[in-house]
Design a protein around this ligand. Structure first.
Ligand code: UDX
Length: 430
């Protein structure tokens, strides 16, 4: 099939390259000329494992890019994969989405045959049907349900494994309103369905929109729940990881997302949970449990700092922060738990020396005045304490490096360091 994808960010580029790999003819549309020429040159504009190879393989044949929306007229389906940033109150800002939708509608005005517009971006319930559809009708002068259809197809891609997640989905969710639109989505995903046997959930537009939020809210709340249980474990000198392993054997609970520690960050969980809370409040419903999940998450870095306070008065002393990325395998520091951790150390008057294998440059833009070490060993040398924020594999191998600390106090927020005699070691929840 011929499809177009509006927006070449992390989601748009990943799905563009993956759909090309599934055998479709894909046109990526973006207003950024640099992104467009990179894609046409076979260079991925973002870093995701496996993406560079896919872009290189398909650019110029089944994958091309343009800034010109009129290219959508040569395609049967258009995905909207534009960013939905947060407003200060946590609700989503639809201005970029609306601008892209208008341009798409303008371009569709001159298209003769049926077109399907699929919302890929994360949007709150009602957005596709009540905002995107009328905007498309207005800009194109066409009638929804007759000349074009709208659908909602959320993504569940993790940073660092977006390509594998796309190609091996747990489920495919098709929100639509008409049989012909479900059929078009199915035809598009058929090569993947044949290959993976992924279950297809056919549902309404609002349900599809909500499934995405519910998925992320559930996972974020699951981590906050294990963190709360972990905090209680710590108070009773109980190892939360042994508890998690045992409860994870209950099929109803499952073993995943039970790693307690300093909490969740990234570009999705914090933003999506905040947007769902704002959307709920908009209707007059107060989402207590989701708010509590956020509150528990916000408290975890402070708990790590107070464990350090129990052993060292850090004022005027050098403290190492190991790990700056919000999770291993990425240089993304958005909502990383390292940010409140560093802020807490600075408030205490500590001299912060931070280390991350890949995220240092990004954190330097956020905290230009702290020290950045080129290795974990260099960060630890002479430090009076160390806080472990990201579970990078290399931290598991640290050993003699702790002997170079002034006082070897290690507070582990991710259960990654191997402790031994001679180290004052505290796990956050064990
Ligand atoms: C998440 C969802 O997993 C994905 O489906 C969605 O599309 C986007 O948001 P991502 O943000 O890339 O993906 O990261 P993920 O691997 O889910 O981790 C999120 C955060 O939770 C990280 O900060 C991680 O350290 C933390 N986490 C995860 C825990 O603290 N404990 C766990 O057991 C699992």
């Amino acid at each position: 099939m011929n499809l177009s994808i509006v927006g070449s960010g992390y989601v748009g580029t990943t799905i563009a390259a993956c759909f090309a790999d599934l055998g479709h003819d894909v046109t990526a549309i973006d207003i950024d000329e640099t992104v467009v020429s990179k894609l046409n040159d076979g260079v991925a504009p973002i870093h995701e494992p496996g993406l560079a190879d896919l872009v290189k393989t398909h650019a110029g044949t089944s994958l091309r890019a343009t800034t010109d929306y009129s290219a959508v007229r040569e395609t049967d389906v258009t995905f909207l994969a534009l960013t939905t940033p947060s407003n200060p109150d946590g609700s989503i800002d639809l201005s970029i989405m609306k601008a892209g939708t208008r341009s798409l509608g303008d371009a569709l005005a001159d298209k003769d045959d049926y077109h399907l517009v699929v919302v890929k971006s994360t949007v709150t319930p009602g957005t596709t049907g009540d905002v995107i559809r009328p905007l498309l009708e207005e800009a194109s002068g066409k009638v929804a349900g007759e000349d074009f259809g709208v659908a909602m197809n959320p993504e569940f891609l993790r940073e660092g494994s977006a390509v594998t997640d796309f190609l091996n989905p747990d489920k495919l969710v098709f929100g639509a309103e008409a049989a012909r639109d479900y059929d078009l989505l199915e035809a598009l995903y058929q090569p993947l369905i044949d290959r993976t046997d992924a279950p297809v959930v056919k549902t309404g537009l609002r349900e599809a929109e909500m499934i995405k939020y519910a998925n992320n809210a559930f996972l974020a709340a699951k981590i906050s729940l294990i963190n709360e249980l972990g905090n209680i474990c710590k108070a009773y000198d109980v190892d939360a990881y042994e508890v998690a392993d045992a409860i994870g054997l209950d099929e109803r609970i499952g073993p995943h997302f039970l790693r307690s520690g300093v909490g969740w960050g990234g570009s999705c969980f914090p933003k999506d949970v905040a947007a769902l809370i704002a959307a709920a409040r908009d209707t007059g419903y107060e989402p207590q449990l989701l708010q509590a999940a956020v509150d528990v998450n916000d408290r975890q870095p402070g708990r790590m700092l107070s464990l350090l306070d129990d052993h060292v008065d850090v004022s005027g002393k050098r403290v190492a922060v190991l790990g700056l990325a919000f999770k291993p395998g990425t240089d993304d520091i958005r909502e990383s738990r390292a940010i409140p951790t560093i802020e807490g150390l600075l408030d205490r008057g500590a001299t912060v020396v931070a280390y991350d294998p890949v995220a240092t440059d990004n954190m330097r833009a956020r905290f230009p005045d702290i020290e950045y070490a080129s290795s974990a060993a260099a960060a630890l040398a002479g430090a009076h304490g160390a806080l472990v924020v990201t579970d990078w594999d290399e931290f598991a191998a640290l050993d003699l490096e702790f002997d170079a600390m002034e006082t070897p106090v290690v507070i582990d927020g991710r259960r990654i360091v191997s402790t031994r005699e001679g180290i004052t070691y505290e796990g956050l929840t064990w």
